[in-house]
Design a protein around this ligand. Structure first.
Ligand SMILES: Cc1cc2nc3c(=O)[nH]c(=O)nc-3n(C[C@H](O)[C@H](O)[C@H](O)COP(=O)(O)OP(=O)(O)OC[C@H]3O[C@@H](n4cnc5c(N)ncnc54)[C@H](O)[C@@H]3O)c2cc1C
Length: 619
């Protein structure tokens, strides 16, 4: 192994850890990726039914079946989430809508059945999903109840005589909105969140198994209406309405069965509504990390395509000669910034995955507050950062970046979905910041002190500066909240007076996490050049963040005006250092060429475009 590839290998290990082995299995010949993904080789779903809309999503269902029958899409991915994350990372690169499908089918539906089910009905549904006899969906969101899911209105009324629940949608606003259940080439099994009622009592939100229908017809009382197209993200989203759909007692997913026991014996179930809700949405925590893994994998792929494009694409140089795009400083500095952010996002996603894996080993069903906070911050940080990387990568490929065959538009659309699904980023970041403010006593926060600008490569000092900026943001929130409470009586006015500062606190907190994870990766790297590169990438990221937030850092006295003059110089130095290492840095992502055979990544792109349009007619 040459020193260069040893460095790339070392970077790869810091990025993927022990998921690298799982991904390698997916990339081996004979596995779904094989020696290159050829759409014509993707088998159709095993049975075909009447056309029922959502056709573009069929490709993803075909790939899901390939994964199931080759590497397995089953309960082992729940008990060892690294398997789930590796599947998501692979899917994200190859077919981003498949990643969205896996999130619902495997993590939310199959995961809920495994962790919350203890009835023969739950076991049967689980086996059907694992054997490919059905696909899964998770029906939580309602048309009117999105981010405030706990108020959802779908009802599950207990019929004591028949020991069944009757699912119903009380009004248009309570129709289930978004889940992927329009396409039913296989029977569809759903986990449905509904408000449990027995007699006049409301026992809060619980999860229920509901078979939505066979290939030929929907279940009595279930009506599914496909939603219109979402450009760039062809998943089979639908509206679902229940009208007296009956499910057995064993369909209630209450973990140990205590609610079912109480209902069966005619008693009133113990009502711990917050606990029931937390249990019903428990898989959303892992889901947030999964969406982070998806976004980071797509960012790695997009930036690899953009670097390859910049190497083969020629354009005007300063004189008559044409030069590769990568020779232009404005172009390669933008690439370096995107690569740096991609490393940061990947490290943060990796840390979230490690937290989730440890939690699974401890058999935690409902995340602890610390775990939940970590999952939230991981999604907020990673999916937002990747959004910038993906948009930059698209722009750096010019017109080529706009074509679906080059995948970046699909990556962007799915990343946009990741920012919204399983908790809208703004909403969850604000909630996390609110918890931080309420969880800290202002008196315990240290006063700000001016920091020297960290010297080159000193990630420890950058992490310390990030922590100081976070502490100051927290103090600012405390003061703003106290002032708002004095000035306003209405709760919304108090909140509106400080919510922008709370969002800024979330940003500062996310940046501190990013620096901590960079530092951890730096320590972990087993190659000297890899360590130097990580330090330099971290500095590019930290300098960019400080430049964007310089006004606040100056106002808070954390830096002095003289530092501002140094920012550009230091950034230039890092860019110069990293420029020759750009190809090596994307080699560190370790994406096999067979997975990235898109026209924009190849000097033979014209031929590739012609080949992808083989069936088309020339004019
Ligand atoms: C790709 C994709 C797949 C999905 N899959 C599923 C699925 O399988 N099952 C399922 O049940 N659901 C699914 N969803 C729905 C998803 O859970 C919701 O979209 C999400 O919870 C946000 O709800 P909403 O879209 O209704 O947005 P809203 O809650 O209406 O938010 C709209 C806007 O208002 C802002 N906002 C909302 N509340 C506040 C507030 N309190 N303060 C400030 N701003 C606020 C948000 O930031 C956002 O910009 C999916 C969504 C997407 C995008």
């Amino acid at each position: 192994m040459s020193p260069t590839s040893r460095t790339a290998e070392s970077l790869h290990r810091t990025l993927l850890g022990d998921r690298a082995g799982l991904l390698a299995v997916l990339d081996r010949p004979g596995s779904p990726a094989g020696d290159g993904l050829r759409p014509e080789e993707i088998p159709p779903p095993r049975r075909t039914g009447p056309p029922d809309g959502g056709e573009p999503a069929e490709r993803s269902y075909g790939l899901l079946e390939m994964l199931r029958s080759t590497v397995g899409v089953n309960r082992s991915c729940v008990t060892d989430p690294r398997r789930y994350f590796a599947l998501e990372e692979w899917a994200a690169v190859v077919d981003p809508p498949l990643a969205a499908l896996l999130a619902a089918h495997l993590n939310l539906c199959l995961g809920s059945l495994l962790q919350l089910g203890s009835s023969p009905e739950a076991e049967k549904a689980l086996e059907d999903l694992e054997a490919g006899r059905a696909t899964g969906a998770f029906l939580a969101t309602e048309a009117v109840w999105g981010s405030d899911l706990a108020r959802l209105r779908t009802e599950a009324r207990y019929d004591a005589d028949r020991r069944e629940f009757v699912l119903s949608t009380p009004d248009d606003g309570a129709v289930k909105f978004m889940p992927n259940n329009a396409l039913r080439k296989l029977p569809k099994i759903a986990v449905v969140l509904a408000r449990l009622r027995s007699g006049p009592q409301d026992h809060g939100v619980h999860a229920f198994i509901c078979h939505l229908g066979t290939v030929d017809e929907p279940t009595p009382g279930v009506r599914v209406t496909p939603l219109p197209d979402k450009p760039g993200m062809p998943t089979d989203n639908a509206l679902t309405r229940f009208r007296d759909a009956r499910v057995p007692l064993g369909a209630l997913l209450d973990g140990d069965g205590h609610v079912r026991d109480a209902l069966r014996t005619g008693g009133s179930p113990p009502i711990d509504r917050p606990a029931a809700f937390a249990r019903s949405v428990a898989r959303v925590g892992i889901g947030k990390v999964g969406l982070s893994a998806v976004s980071a994998a797509m960012a790695r792929a997009a930036v690899t395509i953009a670097v390859r494009f910049a190497e083969h694409r020629h354009c005007a140089g300063a004189g008559a000669a044409r030069v590769p795009l990568i020779k232009h400083r404005v172009h390669h500095t933008a690439l370096i910034d995107a690569v740096a952010d991609t490393y940061v996002a990947s490290y943060a996603a990796g840390a979230g995955m490690a937290t989730a894996t440890r939690a699974a080993a401890r058999r935690h069903v409902v995340p602890t507050p610390d775990e939940a906070h970590r999952y939230t911050m991981t999604k907020y940080l990673v999916t937002s950062l990747c959004h910038h990387v993906l948009a930059a990568s698209q722009g750096l490929c010019g017109a080529h970046g706009m074509f679906a065959v080059n995948r970046i538009p699909l990556y962007l659309a799915v990343n946009r979905g990741c920012m919204t699904a399983e908790g809208d980023n703004t909403v969850i970041a604000l909630a996390a910041a609110r918890e931080m403010v309420h969880g800290h006593d202002e008196a315990t926060l240290r006063s700000p002190a001016t920091h020297p600008l960290p010297s080159a490569g000193d990630l420890q000092a950058w992490a310390a500066l990030a922590a100081a900026r976070e502490g100051q943001a927290l103090r600012t929130c405390h003061r703003a909240l106290a002032a708002a409470r004095r000035a306003h009586t209405h709760v919304l006015d108090v909140w509106n007076a400080c919510s922008a500062l709370f969002l800024r606190l979330a940003d500062r907190h996310a940046h501190r996490i990013a620096l901590d994870e960079l530092l951890a990766a730096h320590r972990q790297a087993d190659d000297a050049e890899a360590r130097q590169l990580i330090a330099c990438l971290g500095e590019v990221h930290a300098l960019g963040d400080l430049r964007r937030d310089a006004a606040a850092a100056l106002r808070d006295g954390l830096i002095v005006p003289e530092h501002l003059a140094l920012l550009d110089h230091r950034t230039d130095h890092c860019h110069d250092r990293l420029r020759p290492r750009l190809p090596l840095l994307v080699d560190g992502f370790g994406i096999p060429d067979s997975l990235l055979g898109v026209p924009a990544a190849s000097p033979a792109f014209v031929r590739d475009y012609l080949r992808t349009h083989r069936s088309g007619r020339e004019h």
